[in-house]
Design a binder for this molecule. Structure first.
Ligand SMILES: [Zn+2]
Length: 424
């Protein structure tokens, strides 16, 4: 069956000229500026209306948020410099969507009244008072100094195209630029029949440009009707994951390995005079090391998920909330290092590309607590991650905590398959 699939392709890119680079940086700036104006309006509204922690944030309409064009006009009138009109209109429009997203994300956790750890620390040591600005998840100003800047632009009737390895992006009507061109390092070709939906241009801390192309293309996918090779995988702190065949993923702790060097280089950086030549040089050393760790991780995640997607017809994972895990101080560093969430995403599209299945067991499925032999539920395991091995109280089979959980996930997948067959 031929379906249209959407995928992202990331390429390293080189702005064709200094002017193009300046233009792109102005687009990043416009996206950030507009976002910050939204945040400023929000803070202003909350202050005037005596906002109390725990309350949900008001809708854009309620707080009478000015439209993007009003913001733009205000801004240009104040500074007398029309650069906001000289950049891609999408760059300033996306701010509104991002802001909207940040509001809904906050409203989901507003009831928790949770303050940022750093703010609580500050309250303890400096005795500063906590305000709504210190709430976890509250939309924040985007800093100019942030390591990464980006903007997204959309393809409208062929305004974006690639010709001979050069990507052409739309400019603004009033911009003096005729074309915005970036030379791509096309380390792999786009799939046949690709059409570009949108492009996100970004620059990292090293000053390297990247473009992420979201493309749609037709693909022949034959769904495997009777999956035979089924695997359950259970997330594990120490091994990344453990599968239902008892194998451990053994994730190399790239961050931990580089940690000592990174700490040394960062210490050096802190001793340099900020903004000096030697500081700038050292900043790049740190940025390069961080990029390296991130690339090593990504590479490993791709290879591991590729290996599973080639071998198994169906993989079952649990739908755990990784965010709440990473808030646990003891696990935080490890968790951020190993990126299980990214792994699930890679695995899903790699399986689906091959007509295989990716199944998420629901959050309430007690994969850890069930005995995979008799199905009895051992509630002692709940909340106590210290129990690595246990014996089932009813059938007396000895279990390894992680392998047993992975096995339950596999069984969940088999049942899921059976049920969907009956209903089909
Ligand atoms: Zn049992």
């Amino acid at each position: 069956m031929e379906t249209i699939v959407q995928r992202g392709y990331v390429y390293a890119a080189m702005p064709a000229s200094k002017e193009v680079e300046t233009y792109l940086r102005q687009c990043f700036g416009a996206a950030r500026k507009l976002y910050n104006l939204h945040v400023a309006h929000l803070y202003d509204y909350l202050e005037k209306n005596d906002y109390q922690p725990g309350e949900r944030l008001p809708s854009m309409k309620k707080m009478q948020m000015p439209s993007v064009s009003t913001f733009k006009k205000q801004c240009v009138d104040e500074h007398g410099f029309p650069y906001l009109y000289l950049v891609d209109a999408f760059a300033s429009n996306e701010a509104k969507q991002h802001f909207q997203k940040a509001i809904s994300a906050f409203n989901k956790i507003a009831y928790k009244k949770q303050f940022k750890k750093s703010a609580l620390q500050r309250q303890k040591t400096l005795r500063t008072e906590l305000t709504f600005r210190d709430l976890q998840g509250m939309p924040r100003f985007h800093s100019k100094k942030g390591s990464k800047a980006s903007y997204t632009t959309f393809n409208q009737n062929g305004t974006i195209s690639i010709r001979e390895g050069v990507l052409y992006l739309p400019t603004a009507q009033k911009s003096p630029m005729n074309e915005v061109a970036l030379t791509l390092n096309m380390h792999r070709p786009l799939p046949k029949g690709s059409s570009i939906k949108n492009v996100t241009v970004s620059v990292n801390a090293q000053g390297k440009f990247y473009v992420s192309l979201c493309v749609a293309f037709p693909k022949e996918i034959a769904l495997i009707k009777q999956p035979k090779q089924i695997l359950g995988i259970d997330y594990s702190q120490s091994h990344f994951f453990v599968d239902s065949e008892g194998k451990k993923a053994n994730y190399p702790q790239y961050y931990r390995q580089a940690e000592e060097r990174l700490a040394n280089e960062q210490r050096l950086l802190s001793r340099r005079v900020k903004g000096s030549n030697r500081w700038e040089k050292q900043r790049l050393v740190v940025a390069r090391l961080q990029t390296k760790v991130a690339n090593q991780r990504k590479d490993w995640l791709h290879k591991k998920s590729y290996a599973l997607a080639r071998r198994y017809d169906m993989v079952v994972v649990e739908d755990i909330d990784l965010r709440s895990l990473s808030q646990n101080k003891r696990y935080a560093k490890n968790q951020q290092d190993n990126g299980f969430g990214t792994f699930r995403l890679y695995l899903q599209y790699k399986l689906e590309d091959r007509g295989r299945r990716f199944v998420k067991a629901p959050k309430q499925f007690p994969s850890t607590q069930l005995c995979s032999c008799c199905g009895c539920k051992n509630t002692l395991l709940k909340g106590d991650v210290g129990i690595r091995y246990w014996k089932c109280p009813s059938c007396e089979v000895a279990h390894d905590r992680d392998i047993n959980a992975a096995f339950n996930l596999k069984q969940y997948g088999e049942r899921h398959l059976h049920e969907s067959h009956i209903s089909a």
